[in-house]
Design a protein around this ligand. Structure first.
Ligand SMILES: [Ca+2]
Ligand SMILES: [Ca+2]
Ligand SMILES: [Ca+2]
Length: 244
């Protein structure tokens, strides 16, 4: 009469299989609020941690500008390099973006200000941002929920004139979700490309709350079959126990 032990063992094994199959929550690969230090995974170039000034409080609950952020001049590249990543099939990128002062959109000062995000050499975003005048052309059209503030004074140079500012929750743009990626290393570059750099007192950009998550490898159907097979065995064992 040793049926309780196998039943418990089988139940335990089946539970392991089922919990594994249900474990589809994203894995956090990297996250920082830029409030204390620049993480070693980031090569900032000339970008520095700077108080967020008037950007404080913009953003959805739990993901708002605050403390300090990483502020860059144009023509500087900020690189995030992650290594030894767990198995995954896609990544999600989340960050707040500050378009600071007189960024010139698809303009001529000197060649327009296009913000780019490049993942392992592939361009995910390359759009212009315009702050200086209402007549400038901004190529970036934010999906619903992405724009937090547009052409208002949030600090830095200004106020007013050419020095209005804008804020975006770029992580809410679907283009940053489910980016196919499975390599064990990940390199993400952020920059406003520039020929003829303009100074920080003229225009700049910044990011806050940078987070990278990954979709884990889906549990193969075989595991489901294995788990359901075990449940079947448990049923047989219980029926046999009742018969005997
Ligand atoms: Ca911050
Ligand atoms: Ca410019
Ligand atoms: Ca400003």
């Amino acid at each position: 009469m040793n049926k309780p032990l196998p039943f418990q063992v089988l139940t335990f094994i089946a539970a392991l299989g089922l919990s594994g199959a249900a474990n589809a929550a994203p894995i956090t690969l990297f996250t920082t609020d830029f409030d204390s230090t620049i993480p070693t995974a980031i090569s900032p170039g000339t970008a520095t941690l700077t108080g967020v000034q008037g950007y404080a409080g913009f953003g959805p609950s739990g993901n708002q500008f605050g403390g300090s952020f990483l502020r860059s001049e144009t023509a500087n590249v900020v690189t995030l390099q992650l290594n030894s990543l767990p198995a995954h099939t896609a990544i999600n990128l989340s960050f707040l973006f500050a378009a600071i002062d007189s960024l010139d959109g698809t303009g001529t000062f000197p060649q327009g200000d296009f913000f780019s995000v490049v993942v392992d050499g592939s361009t995910v975003l390359n759009e212009s941002f315009a702050n200086a005048t209402p007549s400038q052309i901004q190529s970036y059209v934010p999906p619903a929920g992405v724009e937090l503030a547009r052409r208002v004074d949030l600090g830095f140079s200004g106020p007013g004139s050419y020095y209005t500012d804008s804020a975006y929750n770029l992580g809410a743009d679907p283009i940053f979700s489910n980016i196919p990626h499975s390599a064990s290393t990940l390199s993400i570059q952020f920059f406003i490309q520039g020929v003829g750099i303009q100074s920080l007192s003229d225009e700049s950009w910044a990011m806050d709350n940078l987070t990278v998550t990954a979709a884990p490898i889906p549990v193969p159907a075989a595991v489901w079959l294995f788990g359901s097979g075990l449940l079947g065995l448990i049923g047989i064992a219980r029926r046999k126990a009742r018969v005997s």
